[in-house]
Write a protein that binds this ligand. Structure first.
Ligand code: ATP
Ligand code: ZN
Length: 289
């Protein structure tokens, strides 16, 4: 390997699929720029010595385990599956959850099946693309089943008569309904995450990773934060501040001509819901932006 390669990190991301765009976006938000080559597997990092490898998501854990890449962005569902499959030689470190690619691994049964709880699955046949993860999660609840692995179109297995139930990824549930399946129970919640192999990095690469993670933390925090402005009665300031989630140090400003009200500006580090807005109004807040 040439000298300069020793000081560069490689991140594997999905080449084309549900995670591709957001994976690239999060890296770009960290200030990373790549000389892209549409058809090629490898994008060279321009301002920051981090390069990209574009691959199938299923290959990402293996690329990390084999040391081809130091980092990878992949769904927890896939990372966990590979870790369970490989046991002790398959460990990966989850560095950060990235807040996209949400889905759940759920057990579903035919709409007209009498099964109404996981317990009813004992000794039945379950089709899934995640056999190790499904087996692990069911066995943790004391439920033994016959699991068969299908790489795709898991949802048609029950109507084909090859399975009694399935364990599959669900986000909206449309696919399940279209196949007359009923979601019985969520086994696992997954998001896209940044993973690293467990091997220790040489000093320069570790320093580079630390810099990248510091940027990433800023990006993730900014994505969750909201800047809130409102007017509030001076007498109820404490109450108003308490309602705003994760806004420890608001800025207060006088309102010209109304001494009993103030303008409040705050950064909320948690999600703001309609209930928060209603509670704020209830506490006398107006002009909420
Ligand atoms: P590849 O060609 O890279 O193997 P794929 O078809 O296996 O692609 P996608 O369908 O793009 O993969 O899904 C990638 C990841 O997106 C999943 O592993 C999962 O973590 C996440 N995901 C989010 N929502 C869903 C969903 N509704 N169904 C399946 N995966 C989902
Ligand atoms: Zn895949």
């Amino acid at each position: 390997m040439k000298k300069r390669d020793q000081d560069r990190l490689r991140v594997a991301i999905q080449k084309s699929g549900r995670l591709s765009e957001r994976s690239l976006e999060v890296l770009k938000n960290c200030g990373l720029r790549f000389a892209r080559s549409k058809d090629k597997l490898f994008w060279y990092g321009q301002d920051f010595p981090v390069d990209l490898l574009l691959v199938r998501d299923d290959d990402i854990p293996r690329l990390l385990l084999e040391g081809v890449c130091e980092l990878g962005i992949v769904g927890e569902n896939i990372a966990r599956e590979v870790m369970l499959e490989r046991d002790s030689d398959g460990e990966l470190n989850l560095l950060r959850r990235l807040g996209f690619g949400h889905c759940r691994l759920s057990v579903a049964v035919p709409e007209d099946s009498g099964i109404d709880a996981l317990d009813g699955l004992r000794d039945l046949r379950i089709a899934t693309s995640y056999p190790a993860l499904t087996r692990d999660l069911l066995e943790k609840q004391g439920i033994r089943t016959h699991i068969s692995e299908l790489s795709g179109s898991v949802e048609i297995a029950p109507s084909m008569g090859t399975a009694d139930a399935i364990a599959d990824l669900v986000s909206t549930g449309t696919t399940l309904r279209a196949n007359h399946l009923r979601e019985l129970e969520v086994l696992f919640e997954s998001t896209a995450a940044l993973y690293k192999s467990t091997r220790a990095l040489p000093e320069e690469k570790q320093a580079l990773l630390d810099r990248m993670l510091a940027r990433l933390d800023g990006v993730l925090q900014a994505a969750e934060s909201k800047y809130v402005m409102l007017h509030a009665p001076r007498a109820r300031l404490e109450e108003v501040t308490r309602i705003l989630p994760g806004a420890e140090h608001p800025t207060l400003m006088e309102l010209e001509g109304s001494p009993d009200r103030v303008a409040l500006h705050a950064v909320c580090r948690e999600t703001l819901f309609w209930e928060h807005l209603e509670a704020l109004k209830g506490a006398g807040a107006t002009a909420i932006l």
